[in-house]
Write a protein that binds this ligand. Structure first.
Ligand SMILES: Cc1ncc(COP(=O)(O)O)c(C=O)c1O
Length: 414
């Protein structure tokens, strides 16, 4: 692309972040949530780096993404984090993808798909403890559990997990946190009283992983934290490293006099003689239009520079001051912050959003490159690696992934 825009993803940072999260949680397993194309970092490469860092589970939203991980040779448990009636359940079951079920109606569908697939579906029953999104509310939970236990007795499903999702874990001290914890404990207790013997109970997203040890249970589900980001006030702790750097080169630089109006609607006028630079990234590529006139939010030649006027569809004009600057200079939009460049967290704070929204904006619009040891790429987890070792836990093998073969076997470990 003109101006060489590039999103560079530091796979070593992802690996190290997961290793640090693993140390932070101690006994709990880590499910690296790599939905939304790995929060814009690339699902497959991010997943491999996370597995190399010690994640033993992966989480996605779309069943198609889970299947893509399988066909790439990844054998660890992969959970689809929403239950949807039109998902390709039979295919998912053949690939031993863990499915979320939050209603008795969906459970019936999945059980039918399991019959067609010729093997039990691996289920995680979702309790809605206060998010108001997926899952069964308390009144519907006993019926869902009973239906799942009946389907399990019939050999159609295996209840692998019980889970729920926090609404306010990134607001420390929010009263909903304690209420959801209590509700989740009650949901687990009720399911276990009814006879469920889940392998994993899980509630904690990234903010809870970082701040609420009492919510870790058997498994934590960090997403943004894997990529060095957090929605907690102030962002991620400094022991997590932002993995994405977004840069491009100026395609034109020119000196203009004081009083020069700039960009659509002339929302900016130069105060004195200055250099204007044209960055070949606009709101089509991912720069939020709300960043119009944002001060000192990019870096070039180690200096912070400001956005001059309205962000265009494909361009953003920068006030570069006295320079020195010339066409071809690199501009860093955001990065880990090592060299004075802003972070995605700084963008988020300036624009009243969260860092996740900043980094996911560029997906598919800006070419992505990778750095770090894991960038060499393999067709699957390395033999003997944590990922490969964990892969055996579901009994699912890369060979099955490759040819879609099903042998009716679910791992003896389950
Ligand atoms: C069900 C579920 N678990 C875990 C996560 C990860 O959350 P975070 O990226 O805040 O760690 C998400 C993301 O929204 C989610 O929907």
């Amino acid at each position: 692309m003109d101006g060489h825009p590039e999103a560079t993803v530091d796979l070593d940072a992802i690996q190290a972040n997961v290793a640090a999260l693993k140390r932070h949680v101690g006994a709990a397993q880590v499910m690296a949530v790599v939905k939304s194309d790995g929060y814009g970092h690339g699902m497959l490469a991010s997943a491999r780096a996370a597995l190399a860092g010690g994640a033993t589970w992966l989480g996605v939203v779309q069943v198609a993404d889970a299947i893509a991980l399988r066909t790439a040779g990844i054998c660890v448990p992969v959970l689809s984090l929403h239950g949807s009636p039109d998902s390709p359940h039979e295919q998912a079951i053949k690939h031993e993808i863990d499915l979320t079920v939050g209603s008795a109606a969906l459970l019936d569908q999945v059980a039918l798909a399991a019959a067609a697939a010729g093997k039990p579906a691996r289920l995680h029953l979702e309790a809605d403890t206060g998010m108001g999104r997926g899952g069964a509310i308390a009144a519907d939970w006993p019926a869902l559990v009973d239906a799942a236990l009946s389907a399990q007795a019939a050999g159609r499903v295996k209840i692998v997990g019980l889970w729920s999702h926090f609404a306010c874990a990134d607001t420390p001290g929010h009263p909903a946190i304690g209420r959801q914890l209590d509700a989740f404990r009650a949901a687990v207790a009720a399911a276990e009283r009814a006879g469920a013997r889940p392998e994993v109970r899980h509630l904690a997203n990234g903010p809870a992983t970082l701040t609420l040890p009492g919510s870790h249970f058997d498994l934590v589900r960090p997403g943004g934290a894997v990529f060095g980001l957090s929605t907690l006030p102030g962002g991620a702790p400094d022991w997590l490293r932002p993995a994405m750097t977004l840069r491009a080169r100026l395609i034109q630089v020119k000196r203009v006099p004081a009083g020069t109006p700039v960009s659509y609607a002339h929302r900016y006028t130069t105060e004195g003689e200055t250099l204007l630079g044209v960055l070949p990234l606009g709101y089509n590529e991912g720069i939020p239009r709300l960043a119009t006139n944002a001060a000192r939010l990019l870096a070039s030649r180690g200096r912070r520079v400001s956005i001059a006027g309205t962000v265009n569809l494909n361009h953003t004009i920068l006030d570069l001051g006295d320079g020195p600057s010339e066409a071809g200079d690199e501009v860093v939009v955001f990065g880990p912050g090592d060299h004075g460049e802003p972070t995605a967290q700084e963008w988020a704070e300036a624009l009243g959003t969260i860092s996740y929204e900043i980094v996911t904006r560029f997906t598919g619009k800006v070419p992505r490159t990778y750095s770090g040891v894991a960038a060499a790429g393999t067709s699957g987890p390395a033999p003997g690696s944590a990922a490969a070792g964990t892969g055996s836990r579901t009994g699912y093998t890369a060979a099955q992934a490759a040819d879609g073969r099903t042998d009716g076997q679910v791992a003896a470990a389950f």
